[in-house]
Design a protein around this ligand. Structure first.
Ligand code: KIV
Ligand code: NA
Length: 256
């Protein structure tokens, strides 16, 4: 049975924690879906596995190309696709066009937009009215890296209040869930208690309604990872060893 946005909201009410990970192609999506992940995000953080330093260069066409591949691998999880930098901020029309393309061309069920400032909340409200499920994202928003850096957000009283108000505005705009990235755990707890939609944390402590990590960090494929990521296995080592063993055997004419 495919997971719906309503199911995630129900799980919050029941206190069942939501498991989310990112994916960038069929192979990874198929594996993590079969392993029981509830929500699969085609995050613009795939910039990392494509060799970019930030998420800014990714285009909507690239996101759609990868999301189609991911979608083919998923049977159960809810698939959410990031709208990349400057494909939704320009105007409502631009946002509607971008989100519409993602849903129509990829078969994903929802899109994610960064930010909680008034213009974004308004855009999101209109997308939701048009029947497009939207996930919010506040705290550290990597598309604003040149303004925010990659530092933890919401550390002062003022910043913390602003993030709480943004989260409330996004819930009112109709998002079905919100990512809370790299904010203090007590702020994430406060937001989680205040909202009736699920919060999905990344570097936001244990009190969120679910957790998301970037899969290339979790499996040790990324060259570097943020301090809050947990590396569960080291695929860089595994792959390097396999390739070196193969190279030795070919050169020694032991394989085939
Ligand atoms: O792109 C991404 O991977 C994300 C997650 C960090 C939430 O937006
Ligand atoms: Na993202």
């Amino acid at each position: 049975m495919a997971i719906t946005t309503q199911q995630l909201i129900q799980w919050k009410q029941q206190g069942r924690s939501i498991v989310a990970l990112t994916a960038w192609d069929y192979a990874i999506a198929q594996l993590i879906d079969a392993a029981g992940v509830d929500l699969i995000l085609v995050g613009d953080s795939m910039a990392v596995v494509l060799g970019y330093d930030t998420t800014l260069p990714i285009t909507l066409d690239e996101m759609i190309y990868h999301a189609k591949s991911v979608r083919r691998g998923v049977k159960r999880a809810l698939v959410v696709v990031d709208l990349p930098f400057l494909t939704y901020q320009e105007s409502l029309q631009q946002a509607m066009h971008s989100a519409g393309r993602v849903l129509k061309e990829t078969g994903a069920q929802a899109v994610k937009l960064e930010g909680g400032y008034p213009a974004i909340a308004e855009t999101i409200a209109r997308l939701v009215q048009a029947g497009i499920p939207v996930m919010g994202h506040v705290g550290l928003t990597p598309q604003s890296v040149h303004q925010l850096g990659l530092r933890q957000q919401g550390k002062t009283q003022e910043a913390s209040e602003r993030i709480l108000l943004e989260a409330i505005a996004l819930e009112q705009a109709g998002v079905f869930s919100i990512v809370l990235e790299h904010i203090p755990a007590d702020l994430a707890m406060q937001i989680t208690q205040k909202l009736s939609i699920p919060t999905i944390g990344i570097g936001a402590g244990t009190h969120c309604d679910g957790q998301v990590l970037v899969t290339s960090d979790v499996i040790g494929l990324a060259e570097k990872h943020p301090p809050f990521a947990k590396v569960y296995t080291n695929l860089r080592e595994t792959i390097t060893k396999a390739v070196q063993d193969y190279a030795v055997e070919v050169r020694d004419r032991k394989f085939p």
